[in-house]
Structure formats: structure tokens, C-alpha cells
Ligand binder design. Sequence first.
Ligand SMILES: O=C(CO)[C@@H](O)[C@H](O)COP(=O)(O)O
Ligand SMILES: [Fe+2]
Length: 224
Amino acid sequence: MGIQIMPSLLSSDFANLQREIESVPSADALHVDVMDNHFVPNLTLGLPVVESIRKATDAMLDIHLMIDEPDRWAPAYAEAGAESVTFHIEAAAAPVRLARELRSLGARAGMALKPATPIEGYADLLPELDMILIMTVEPGFGGQKFLDLCLPKIRRTRELIDALGSPGAQRRGDIWLQIDGGVSVETIERCAEAGADCFVAGSAVFGADHPDEMVEKLRQLAQH
Ligand SMILES: O=C(CO)[C@@H](O)[C@H](O)COP(=O)(O)O
Ligand SMILES: [Fe+2]
């Protein structure tokens, strides 16, 4: 899989989700931020809305769970038909068991890290996962400023993923490296240069005059 651009519906008009979804036909997936006002200080939407979004589109759904107790709640999003479900490692009690459960339900399993969470302690988990999400803002809100301090972690994670593909390694496979927070025409190139291949963009896309053109523009910048 090459470069992927995933608009975050958090910055869209929740009263017109169908229209907003249809405004970004070039998106590789729709990123849906689920927040519970415990793991992060904000409350967004949950399973019933995701079930409705599933009925409204055939696009890939990329669910970003910013919630406590993902072990308990995450599988239902896979059962609802989301192709990718990402939990935060800071909140997961048994991440390997959870990742295996998500995969057994047919979803890709993603693990997210807040800006202050290092990747090093979790390198052994990579073969169990389909995506690593490096947050480049503190999770909770759209429209925040990109944190450059996360770039070294993106580079280290790219090295760890690439090492899995080397001869004799545990796994050859397609583990996506996703960046979320403050992705824009100003920041996407340095994320791509650091090794990210999957980019969430909320305010940059839905704040643009022409959201789908912005998706294409971000993709072009990341491909260079
Ligand atoms: O998970 C989150 C925020 O916690 C994101 O997915 C935001 O929706 C990204 O918004 P922008 O930073 O791109 O405006
Ligand atoms: Fe997100």
C-alpha cells in the first residue's frame, strides 16, 4: 500500500455527515474519532453513529478509539463493519489479546501512541498489529498545532516496521504507519520524509474550500 489520506470527520459538520462523506470521494478511508470524555477531555460519537456511517458509505472506515477500556468496547466497532479499529496502548489492558480479537472479527488492528508514549517498549507487539498510529498532537481535539517533537518517534517506528520485513524476521506484511494531528500542506512532507505512509487530516481537509482537492494535494505532497 502506498500513501493514504484519511480525512477526519471530527472537523466535518455532524448534522450533515452524509454530505460531508460525499465531499471527499478521493479519500482512502474515513477517519472516525470516538472520544469518551475520560481518556480524553472531549466527547464525540459512539457505536450507533458508526453503525449509521457504515450504512451510508462503502468507504473504508478507520476508527480511532480515544476511550478507556478499549478491551471491552473496541470489538463492537469491528462487528459493526469497520475495516480498521485503533485502540490507545495507554488504555489497553491486554493489547495482544485485543488485537487478535479485532483481527478475528475481520478488522485491521491498530495501536495508537500519545506524543509522550515511546514506541520502544512496544516493539515486540508489532507483528500482532496492522497499523501504528503516532499522535502528533495531544489527542482530544482537531485544529491543534503539529508537534515536531514526534518526528524522531516516526523515524524509529519506520525502522522497527521495516526490520520486520527483513529476511528471517517474524513477519513480512503491510503494517501501516499513520500520523494524526496537525497534518496540513505545511507539515505532511516532513511526516512522509520521516516514514509515515498514512495521514489523517481533519481541519486541513474540511476547512478547505474544496475538501477533495485538498485530499489530492496532500497526497501529492506526501508522495514526493
Ligand atoms: O484524533 C484526533 C484528535 O484527537 C484527530 O483525528 C483530529 O481530528 C485531527 O484533526 P486535525 O489536527 O487534522 O485538525
Ligand atoms: Fe484521530
